[in-house]
Write a protein that binds this ligand. Structure first.
Ligand SMILES: [Zn+2]
Length: 630
């Protein structure tokens, strides 16, 4: 009896704690929390700093932890590191890396050397392998327990290589991203001590309290809120504030932020600092080198680049307004755009972007990166595993913002994404979207899966569930998963709830496989009560169909063919066009007969998905026209 009882409760526990698709992580969801305090003494002569870090780690998991892991990202920038080796062996290396790391000398490499680590005041043993630090705890961390880790470390900032480093191509001295020993993520799937190979990032939410002591000529910009503007000035002071810099060779910059999972900063003696206020939103800060922007460019080019930076704030304000109107409010007080890094990369409350760009490119990269504040900054999916969520959702929303800013909202902002996807399918290099970001065969396949297919995931979902329901899904998703770590299943659960449809098939086919969509119109003939169009499913991925019929008198009618496995249907998206809901299509049937209530002689055109949102890889067979060959 006792044995039976134990067995029963074990089964019950299993049922309670096993995340299933239908309950996702909403019930019993937990996440770890962190409070960082850092004191950084920076030397601009040696490009090194000495750092003290105190991390209060809150174990909110139901698990006892006997070790913890940290990332030491700067160790990637050394010859024969995993990042270096990968870059020298992958077929299509990042052009900013290639074999550069392999040739770095002692002053050009990056490193983080740990002097000591303490757990609750006692020294602990640790080992370092490449970019991962493993701490062997003296005492395990029990569920619900908080511990304090302290460490002292010395770091050297590498030459600008990938996202971070010193002396970038545009002369920015320090782009400090992925720069501090950062505890790895722990979630229901365990520890994520992913070595830094190329991408991507995942970390617990918490607070940051950071003091940076640096040469007083340097202007510091950070994705955080400055606490002592009256001691540094440099444009941080308010109109009524008297700036009193303390004596000494260095200034201390004190930043604090909460509900964030990262801290990025940059420093340069030549930064120009401007601001713009988003009405009802955050204060925007811009840092760029007005003196040295495109140092080697001729005068005309220089003034053009400066004009672009002067125009950028207005576009950014409009972009923020578009985001909050459509996808939810930006929750922090400030956002910062910094010239630095080697392209564009998103961080908490800010971005590092290269600055020598045309206006549309400068606005484009800024828009993409600040949209990440929503999809990565606030809603922080695991970027290593579900990178298609942050990159895809960001690409989707930024396409619409750019269309709004430069094209008055006309045209199809997703067209180039679809065409890119079709080309990749044709090239045969596509890989599923849920592969770990570092484990794709090629960088091209990663880019396609995360940016392009991720964006199409949403646009095409709008086709399946309707545009309005997609919008409410995105808004609910943002509200419910703010400051949390959702997976793709959590998103699709909200889409199911909002639409009243079962959507597991959509997620599984589109995210977990590379199966493609292709529907055709096989024939149109007269039947007993009008015409019968025979439709065929050629592709392996099934979809519901919107079919538009145009009659010879110029009128239009829509037929909607739901799939049986959806157990639901979308509302008519075009209420000014009459729509008939046809019999649902069980996907195993390769063919389907659609009855149209008028004879063939009165039909001038029949088209599958005239909206173009379904990623049908062969659209040549989607349309039937009167007098054309069937
Ligand atoms: Zn991105």
């Amino acid at each position: 009896m006792l044995k039976f009882k134990l067995l029963l409760s074990a089964t019950l526990l299993f049922a309670l704690f096993m995340p299933t698709k239908s309950t996702a992580q909403k019930h019993g969801y937990w996440q770890q929390a962190v409070d960082y305090e850092m004191d950084i003494d920076f030397n601009v002569e040696t490009n090194r700093y000495q750092g003290y870090q105190k991390l209060t780690y809150h174990n909110n998991s139901p698990d006892t932890l006997d070790r913890v892991f940290y990332h030491l990202f700067f160790n990637a920038f050394q010859p024969n590191s995993m990042m270096d080796k990968r870059s020298r062996t992958i077929a299509d290396p990042d052009r900013r890396v290639r074999d550069r790391i392999y040739h770095y000398d002692e002053t050009e490499i990056g490193y983080q050397k740990i002097d000591w680590i303490k757990q609750n005041g006692e020294n602990v043993e640790f080992t370092v392998k490449g970019t991962i630090l493993e701490v062997h705890l003296n005492e395990p961390i029990e569920p619900g327990e908080s511990v304090v880790f302290e460490m002292e470390h010395e770091a050297q900032v590498p030459l600008q290589t990938r996202r971070s480093g010193r002396d970038n191509a545009e002369g920015v001295r320090y782009s400090m991203a992925q720069w501090f020993p950062k505890i790895a993520a722990y979630d229901e799937f365990g520890w994520h001590p992913n070595p830094y190979i190329g991408r991507e990032f995942y970390a617990p939410f918490g607070t940051f309290d950071v003091k940076i002591h640096i040469d007083r000529d340097y202007v510091v910009a950070a994705g955080s809120i400055l606490q002592n503007p009256e001691e540094v000035g440099y444009g941080y002071e308010t109109a009524d504030m008297q700036v009193n810099r303390p004596d000494g060779e260095k200034l201390t910059w004190h930043f604090q932020s909460e509900n964030v999972h990262d801290f990025m900063w940059a420093a340069d003696p030549d930064y120009t600092h401007t601001t713009a206020q988003v009405p009802g939103g955050p204060l925007l800060r811009f840092f760029y080198q007005s003196e040295t922007v495109a140092e080697n460019a001729d005068e005309e080019r220089q003034s053009e680049l400066l004009a672009n930076w002067e125009a950028l704030p207005e576009y950014t304000v409009k972009g923020f307004q578009y985001m909050s109107e459509n996808y939810g409010d930006y929750p922090y007080d400030e956002y910062i755009v910094i010239q630095g890094g080697d392209g564009g990369m998103e961080y908490t409350m800010g971005t590092l972007i290269t600055g020598n760009r045309s206006l549309s490119s400068l606005v484009g990269v800024t828009v993409h990166e600040f949209v990440h504040a929503w999809y990565e900054g606030v809603v922080a999916n695991d970027e290593t595993k579900d990178q298609w969520m942050d990159e895809g959702f960001t690409s989707y929303a930024s396409a619409f913002i750019m269309n709004h800013l430069f094209n008055d909202g006309e045209g199809d902002p997703m067209l180039s994404r679809y065409n890119g996807y079709f080309r990749t399918v044709e090239a045969g290099i596509e890989e599923p979207m849920h592969i770990h970001a570092d484990h794709y065969v090629t960088n091209a396949a990663y880019g396609m899966a995360s940016y392009t297919k991720g964006a199409i995931f949403l646009h095409q979902l709008g086709y399946v569930i309707g545009e309005d329901v997609l919008k409410s899904t995105l808004n609910k998703f943002y509200e419910e998963w703010k400051y949390k770590h959702p997976s793709g299943y959590d998103f699709i659960r909200i889409a199911e709830r909002e639409s009243g449809m079962v959507l597991d098939w959509y997620y599984e086919y589109w995210v977990e496989t590379t199966k493609t969509i292709d529907y055709e119109i096989q024939s149109v003939q007269d039947g007993e009560n009008g015409a019968v169009a025979t439709l065929g499913r050629v592709g392996l991925m099934p979809m519901p169909l919107d079919v538009e019929v145009e009659f010879t008198d110029g009128s239009l009618k829509h037929y909607y063919i739901p799939m049986r496995i959806m157990w639901g249907q979308k509302e008519n998206e075009f209420p000014n066009i009459k729509r008939d809901v046809a019999e649902d299509w069980p996907w195993v049937f390769p063919e389907y007969e659609l009855s149209i209530d008028r004879p063939v002689s009165e039909i001038s055109r029949i088209e599958i998905d005239p909206s173009g949102r379904m990623a049908d890889i062969d659209r040549s067979n989607n349309t039937w026209e009167l007098n054309s060959d069937e």
